[in-house]
Every structure is written in structure tokens, then in C-alpha cells.
Design a protein around this ligand. Structure first.
Ligand code: NCD
Length: 305
């Protein structure tokens, strides 16, 4: 049985297959509309979510399946003291596949060790978010045409941003990608990403503190929100939250072919004046999340259409 806990649980080949399946679903939605008939997806969200949970649910519904679950720890038996391991052993009796989000890093991994059904990590603390990464890869594929040979600027909270950590790990396996890490010094990527991913694989990366100094080089800019909920100190959050605000003036030197991505939710990182710019692809990215989750559910359930 296959789980998806870390983006590298999938080989590059498996990721390519999922992306190709998602592209096929986009072109032929009717073909898949009963693929998961009588199957159930449980969404166990111990932490808030809009896109991830609802796109998982929409994905299962569009595959003809059903969904059950909870959207906050408060409405689950976690409040009574039940362990994550017990919760998934029980939910595994009711559902065929589980998507779980949890504030504790490693909770979905722990769940996968005892679960009778596939577990999908839908975000664990500041650690990983592999299905956002699949969403991002499908978006890059659709916007750029391929998954190699570009310069990507990752901007904002690179310390706590789990989408950034997972995306770096996944992209590090493709050819000729340059990474520019744009963050205040307090929010740089964790050391393990530098040593275990960039240095170990001899990948070109640079750390800078302003987006203006690198804008003209970028093919993709991936904006992120400062992760308020992971700060120990409110004053630090308030000081850092608006470090980067992308607006028309900041795009002065940008390429016409730049893709502006954001996993969302947006707070202030991108001015709404850019929403109508054809380079802004964050809402298309959110839609891609549904298609790629449809492809992932089919893959983990072993359903062939
Ligand atoms: C992200 C997350 O939960 O990490 N949201 C999402 O799933 N699209 C990004 C964020 O919350 O900032």
C-alpha cells in the first residue's frame, strides 16, 4: 500500500504519470466521472484549510465517490485525548483513503504506520505539503510547458513555509533549475534544505533579501504568506509580515513570460491590482489542485480508467 507523506515518496516517473493523468482528466472529465463510485475519501483536518480540503472533496465528488471527515480538531475526538494512530485505525474502517492535515510535523507519517488505508499528508506543521507540490508542478507544466530549465524565485516565509520545502525537494530532481531564495534573514530556509537538498545534489541556489535585485532573472516567482500560526512571538510576526508586497511597480524589470504563483491564502503579499495580469496564475493554480488530487486519488487507490 502506498502513502504520500513526503514529496519524494513519489519517483519523478510516478509524478510525471500523475501529472499526465491530471492533464487527461482536464481534457476528458466525463471519462472519470464514475471512476471512484462507492469509494470514500475521509478528510481529517486538525488544522484550518480552504483549498486543500475542499479541492480534495471536490476531486472525490467529481470521480463519483463520496467524502466524510472533519475540518477542525475541536470537532473530533482529539479533544477527548484520542491519539492520531487510534483515529486513523478507526476512520480506516469507514473510508478507502484518508487525507490528513495536522499541526504536528510527522503526524501523517505516524498515521501511515498503523493505517489500514492509504494516507495522504495534506500538510504537517511547517514540514511538508506534497499535494500542494503536485499542484505547483502541474501548474508549472501547464504555464511553462515543461518542468526543467528555469529560474524560480521563492519569496517570503521560507523558514516555516511547508509548501516551499516540499517544492524545493521535488524540483531538485529535475534538470537545470536555478533557485533564488528571497527572504528576510529571520525567515531563511532551514539548514537541512541547504545541506540535504542543494549542497548534496550540487544544485545552484542563491539567498537574497529583496525581490527587486533578482526580478529580471526570474521565470517564476513563488510568493508565500508569513506563517503567523508558527511564530512564538506576535511582535516578530507583525514586524515581518509585510516584508514583501508584489505590485505593478515591483514588476518593472520582470519578464513578460514571468509566472506569478502563490499557494494561497494571500494576506498582503500580492497586490490585487495584479490579479488581472496574465502572468498571475495563482487562481489557475488553485484549480489545478483539484485535478491533480483527482489523479492522485486514482493512483493511490489503484483505479484504472
Ligand atoms: C498553504 C499551507 O497550508 O501550507 N496553503 C495551502 O494549502 N494552499 C500555504 C499557507 O497556508 O500559507
Amino acid at each position: 500500500m502506498k502513502h504520500l507523506i513526503d514529496p519524494t515518496d513519489l519517483s519523478v516517473k510516478e509524478i510525471d504519470n500523475i501529472i499526465n493523468l491530471a492533464l487527461n482528466i482536464i481534457d476528458n472529465p466525463d471519462k472519470y466521472s464514475e471512476a471512484c463510485k462507492r469509494k470514500k475519501l475521509a478528510t481529517l483536518f486538525f488544522e484550518p484549510s480552504t483549498r486543500t480540503r475542499l479541492s480534495f472533496e471536490a476531486a472525490m465528488i467529481e470521480l463519483g465517490g463520496n467524502v466524510l471527515g472533519f475540518s477542525s480538531a475541536d470537532s473530533s475526538s482529539a479533544t477527548k485525548g484520542e491519539s492520531v494512530g487510534d483515529t486513523v485505525q478507526v476512520v480506516g474502517c469507514y473510508a478507502d483513503i484518508i487525507a490528513m492535515r495536522h499541526p504536528k510535523e510527522g503526524a501523517p507519517m505516524l498515521a501511515s504506520m498503523v493505517s489500514p488505508v492509504p494516507i495522504i499528508n495534506a500538510g504537517d506543521g511547517g514540514h511538508n505539503h506534497p499535494t500542494q507540490t503536485l499542484t505547483d508542478l502541474l501548474t508549472i507544466k501547464r504555464e511553462k510547458g515543461n518542468l526543467s530549465g528555469f529560474t524560480i524565485g521563492l519569496c517570503g516565509d521560507l523558514k516555516f513555509g511547508r509548501t516551499v520545502h516540499s517544492l524545493i525537494k521535488a524540483l531538485s530532481r529535475y534538470e537545470n533549475i536555478k533557485f533564488i531564495l528571497i527572504s528576510p534573514k529571520e525567515l531563511k530556509v532551514p539548514d537541512y534544505i541547504i545541506t540535504e537538498v542543494f549542497e548534496k545534489n550540487n544544485i545552484e541556489y542563491r539567498e537574497v533579501t529583496t525581490m527587486e535585485e533578482v526580478m529580471s532573472e526570474l521565470d517564476i516567482i513563488y510568493m508565500t504568506r508569513v506563517q503567523k500560526e508558527r511564530f512564538f512571538n506576535e511582535a516578530d510576526y507583525v514586524r515581518l509580515k509585510d516584508t514583501y508586497i508584489l505590485d505593478k511597480s515591483k514588476l518593472k524589470d520582470a519578464k513578460d513570460t514571468l509566472s506569478i504563483m502563490h499557494p494561497l491564502p494571500r494576506v498582503n503579499e500580492i497586490s490585487t491590482e495584479l490579479d488581472s495580469d496574465p502572468r498571475a496564475c495563482y487562481f489557475r493554480q488553485a484549480l489545478n489542485g483539484k485535478y491533480v488530487r483527482m489523479a492522485l486519488i486514482l493512483t493511490l487507490l489503484g483505479v484504472n480508467v
